[in-house]
Design a protein around this ligand. Structure first.
Ligand code: BMP
Length: 263
């Protein structure tokens, strides 16, 4: 796409989503467009990585339902403390995909109570507008900023989220730009006058795939294509890798590619 977004800093004032404004400010202050995906199975690993890598990231992405020893008190409470200490946002990659009434309950209730602590969450557009309305209704008692990303494209091989589905997902986001801060996508989406945060998974500098459909692109490829935030998981924490050294490497590569784009 030919659409070149402006600098993160210049977008802070104008973005329609309060959550996006807060995120763009963190990215500007910390000089990082790196989101680390903390896909680990114990609370000890999760909290250790959140503390060690916190200085290098703007966002930590979680899948809290894969933590074997999860409790709200022992995972969420310290993770929120770390988010304040290191100034990062928390993104629970929940991928809601049901009718409005059900997703509202899934967002607010159960053992995870995602809306209480996740600054950002995401949803598939498949069910239509009710999914956004239901999730937005779930934020009614929350005083802090909350943001939603719609999955407009996926990194996995053979993904069905392409073409017309992607275009219609962008149309859905336009209905509530205060809450729908942007997209999980592989390309810049929206018109030149619109500002959606584009977060891109499937980024890796040393691997091509994972044998289960994941496909990796380089940092330069993602950012020059319009991605605002690169999401990196196993590229940083896979066995044998040094997560701090890799976080620094991806952060530097991400910031360099961004600087080249806005020049
Ligand atoms: P990794 O970098 O280890 O492949 O992890 C990618 C992360 O991003 C996973 O948590 C996955 O659930 C998520 N993800 C993805 O890989 N592709 C998408 O299109 C959407 C995702 O949320």
């Amino acid at each position: 796409s030919a659409i070149t977004p402006k600098s993160y800093e210049s977008r802070i004032e104008t973005h329609p989503s309060p959550l996006a404004r807060r995120l763009l400010k963190i990215m500007t202050d910390k000089k990082t467009n790196l989101c680390v995906s903390l896909d680990v199975h114990t609370k000890h690993e999760l909290l250790r990585l959140a503390d060690a890598l916190g200085p290098y990231v703007c966002v930590f992405k979680t899948h809290v339902d894969i933590i074997d020893d999860f409790t709200y008190e022992s995972v969420i409470v310290p993770l929120v403390e770390l988010s304040r200490l290191h100034n990062f946002l928390i993104f629970e990659d929940r991928k809601f995909a049901d009718i409005g009434s059900t997703v509202k309950a899934q967002y607010t209730s159960g053992i995870f109570k995602i809306v209480q602590w996740a600054h950002i969450t995401n949803a598939h557009a498949l069910p239509g507008p009710g999914i956004i309305d239901g999730l937005f209704a779930g934020t009614s008692n929350i005083s802090e900023e909350r943001g939603l990303l719609l999955l407009a494209e996926m990194s996995s091989s053979g993904s069905l989220a392409t073409g017309d589905y992607t275009d219609k997902t962008v149309d859905l986001a336009r209905r509530n730009k205060v809450f729908t801060s942007g997209f999980i996508a592989q390309n810049r989406l929206g018109t030149g006058d619109e500002d959606f945060i584009i977060m891109t998974p499937g980024v890796g500098l040393d691997d091509k795939g994972d044998g289960l459909g994941q496909q990796y692109r380089t940092v330069d490829d993602a950012v020059s294509g319009g991605s605002d935030i690169i999401i990196v998981g196993r590229g940083i924490f896979a066995k044998g890798r040094d997560p701090v050294a890799e976080s620094k490497r991806y952060r530097e590569a991400g910031w360099k590619a961004y600087t080249a784009r806005v020049k």
